[in-house]
Design a binder for this molecule. Sequence first.
Ligand code: ADP
Ligand code: MG
Length: 722
Amino acid sequence: GNESRLTAISQITNREKMTVKTPEPLDKIWATDVFNLATMEQALNKSAFKAVKQTVQTGAPLAPAVADVVAAAMKSWALSKGVKFFSHIFYPMTNITAEKHDGFIVTNSEGNAITEFSGSLLIKGEPDGSSFPNGSLRMTNAARGYTAWDPTSPAFIMHTENGSTLMIPSVFMSWTGEALDKKIPLLRSNAAMDKAARKVLKLMGEEEIATLNSSCGAEQEYFLVDLNFANARPDLLLAGRTLFGASPAKGQQFDDHYFGAIPERVQVFMQDFEDQLYRLGIPAKTHHNEVAPGQFEIAPYFESANIAADHQQLMMTLMKCTAKKHGFMCLLHEKPFAGVNGSGKHVNWSVGNATQGNLLDPGSTPHDNLNFLLFCGAVIRGVHKYGPLLRAVIASASNDHRLGANEAPPAILSVYLGDQLEKVFQDIKDGKIATSSKGGEMDLGLSQILKFERDPGDRNRTSPFAFTGNRFEFRAVGSSQSVSGPLVAMNTILADSLDWIAGKLETELANAGSKTEAVLSVLKTLMEEHGNVVFGGDGYSAEWHRMAVEERGLKNLPTSADALPYLRDESIRELFSRTGVFSPVELESRFEVYAEQYILSIEVEAKLVIEMAKTMIYPAATQYLAELSMANNGMAELGIEMDNAIALSIANETNAMVAAVAELSSAIKQHDFDSVEAHMNYCAHDIRGLMVKVRTHVDALEAEVADDLWPLPKYREMLFIK
Ligand code: ADP
Ligand code: MG
């Protein structure tokens, strides 16, 4: 049973060297496969182009007549590039990307093939909604839904070995207008944020205010494992993580991977991957090794949140496909290897517009500083008030393994501001910053902070939510997750806080002597009520886990079973209704879908644990026991007595494993629960507990069974053989 593992090693060792393509110059390939504004300017008449541009920049709806013109231009552009199919591409409630391909081709009565693509085909598609999880919305809408083109995200061409397809970024909704996807809420949350931000900026005396948008730059961590190994591990194939595996003698303790050179084979993969990204207009900017052996990171330059979210989904798809082409399996799972650093997705987020710039940038004038303090304060309030929501939007069976695991942010949401900015907010709270008697605007010297905080040496890496000079970085997001959920939550809590601020500010401005005084007074109240969430210390420490809960009143929600029920909390339901981001029905359907996914993925893993233990580990252990007993008997015939400690220990571990497997098998038969919450809790504790129990015995066996009999590729092999 061990052949696949040993064959894998020999195949990797004898692998032919990859031929390295010379990289193409950036200006030759940049956005060549994107139907973006530049392409449209060439392809459309002046008035159609003007209309489209208006839509792209403000989100205003597009007239049907213009859609026809755009569709025609899009079709001829795509056909000229050898495309025969088109597809609306959309993002259901799970983290996947969905597509339904249609041919441009139709035949006429003479039997000739002609191509057809009208404005209405561009605008609307009809996938079969029943194949996507819709929660309770499934019942109310009989599984029907349609996709509609999102003109604010450009269409593009995907090339695969099976042909090229025109991809049309779309929303996915029910016939009664409920959002069935992750894009609609993101667009709505942005609109809510725009509306609330506008109120505050108006009160601050801004006259011209362009549409506000949120921006996102996501750093994606991932592992690469040779495909020969991955194919020999049912757990990697089906669950994306190893369910068994003893720690290698050498792990990441030397830090030699992070600072080391990127292995050549990985460099070749990265270059191929990035060239594809450039063709798709995705601005890949940095790549490097990560902390664990076999772990890497890629980060594109930030873009508007809606486009960044689409691009992030596309990146995850492309990464997996490209890795395969290079003989790797790309693991996006948050914790593929126990005891080894996990993978996250740092979501860098800011909000701004063309007239006021980035409002999370302190800026260089006292006036800019005030706007900045208000927006930053709004974020602080939001994270404090809705911490459990932020925890819920990053909840998944896989991310639970990483959060709080001592190399990843804890499951407690706090805000890191950096020493200087924290002091400014503390001083405001303590009433130590007062305005001058003349009542003018006061220079708080915040532009200094910008310079200082950008020094990465000063960054607190243990915080789940950190200010990094001109943006916030949500670090607790999992590597396999869509960035949309976190972006929706951040935009919405910001909208809520800005609304609250606008209300207070209006009153204060009427009473106070100056704008500065009014702002400081609002922020003082804000900090008194919400300052508890600001924390600059070690987020990994036991002391923080105690203090956060006992003294600060923050919530520690270690598992998804603890976090997801907050989506049903009255305050969260109100938040989303008030801002128009989710109706109560839409929110409830999210809870149902996420809870179901959580339960399903743990059940799949539990079944795999049972199967692998019985069909792979047990045979290896008993085969080795048979060999040992033969050897012992043979030696006894020669009059030599062997110590049977190893045989005894293996027999004991094997029996204990079999007993634990039996326990787990009967545990997963339990299907009678009072509520989804109870079922989730059962999975989080009982099922997961038993899975760990089986694993403990399997990992002990791995350390004792003869190496040549062990069926599963080992950690040292998967992590170190490149
Ligand atoms: P680090 O590893 O030091 O956090 P990186 O350069 O790897 O930094 O990634 C930072 C990410 O943040 C990039 O995607 C970058 O484009 C993005 N980013 C920079 N400024 C902003 C901003 N104002 N808003 C949103 N994202 C930003
Ligand atoms: Mg970062």
